[in-house]
Design a binder for this molecule. Sequence first.
Ligand SMILES: Cc1cc2nc3c(=O)[nH]c(=O)nc-3n(C[C@H](O)[C@H](O)[C@H](O)COP(=O)(O)O)c2cc1C
Length: 290
Amino acid sequence: MQGNPGINVHLEVLRPKQTYPFPWPFFQFFDAFPEAAHLVAPELEPLSLTGEEDFDLVVLFYQVWFLAPALPVTAFLQHPLAPRLLKGKPVVTVIACRNMWLMAHEKMKGLLASTGARLIDNVVLTDASNVFATLITTPRWLLTGKQTGFLGLPRAGIAPKEILRARRFGLALQEALAADAEKQNAPLLAGLGAVEANPRLFVSEKAGTRSFYLWGKLLRAVGGPGQRGRKPLLFFYVIFLVALIVTVVPVSLMLQALIRPFLRKRLAEMKHDFELPSGSGNERMSRYAI
Ligand SMILES: Cc1cc2nc3c(=O)[nH]c(=O)nc-3n(C[C@H](O)[C@H](O)[C@H](O)COP(=O)(O)O)c2cc1C
């Protein structure tokens, strides 16, 4: 899109005043969960936008942090300029995460609705490796910076090929903009395999979100982000969380596998609903094949 002379792209990088490090030190990583879960965002450096801009289309990229939108993007949506920039505007969200994005997307829909934006598409790129493998490879990457495979486990992150193939979304958006299609209230990226929801992770996401919310409340009562007083409780919670992950996730997946024949219709409905507005159809893929 940036190379298209017919499109004027404004790229706004969100910069929290207090930067987040990479790789993440252990405590700082977990210390981000109470605020992420409660949508209590940090202050951003001043935006380069004034609020007077009149965009045709807004593409909002974000990561998932603890089953919620990453704090910098939450900060943007809670910024006083956000309603002025987004009210009535078509918004395409692009999520990059490990594989648990359902609850974050729900929260994002609420944040967008509070600004008056119109969500017309949602693209989701995830780590396609085994869910359990990513529970090891993603934290290893985030806490050490090491993304390569190890001990027979796959490389962490979204496959580079997948990232290249995401070009189809840019091509489709260019065509749509040229035809003023964004003015209608319909997805622009349908039929392009924009999203594939796995509703079997929903139970784990629900349990995780509840846990992050309740423990986040307790931690926030002890002190703000980075406060020393939070450390002992955080340490205890991490042990509890690991126990929760190694028990709840496999047990919920196992139970669901047992009762799946009875849940088939409900799971299909959930999959459909979570994949809105873009859907998982791929009938237009060949048009933008690379
Ligand atoms: C603080 C933090 C919390 C995260 N929590 C989740 C999560 O709940 N679900 C998920 O699928 N990915 C989670 N991730 C992984 C990120 O969404 C993302 O995949 C990872 O940071 C790599 O993205 P990047 O290549 O844009 O840096 C988390 C990452 C960070 C830094």
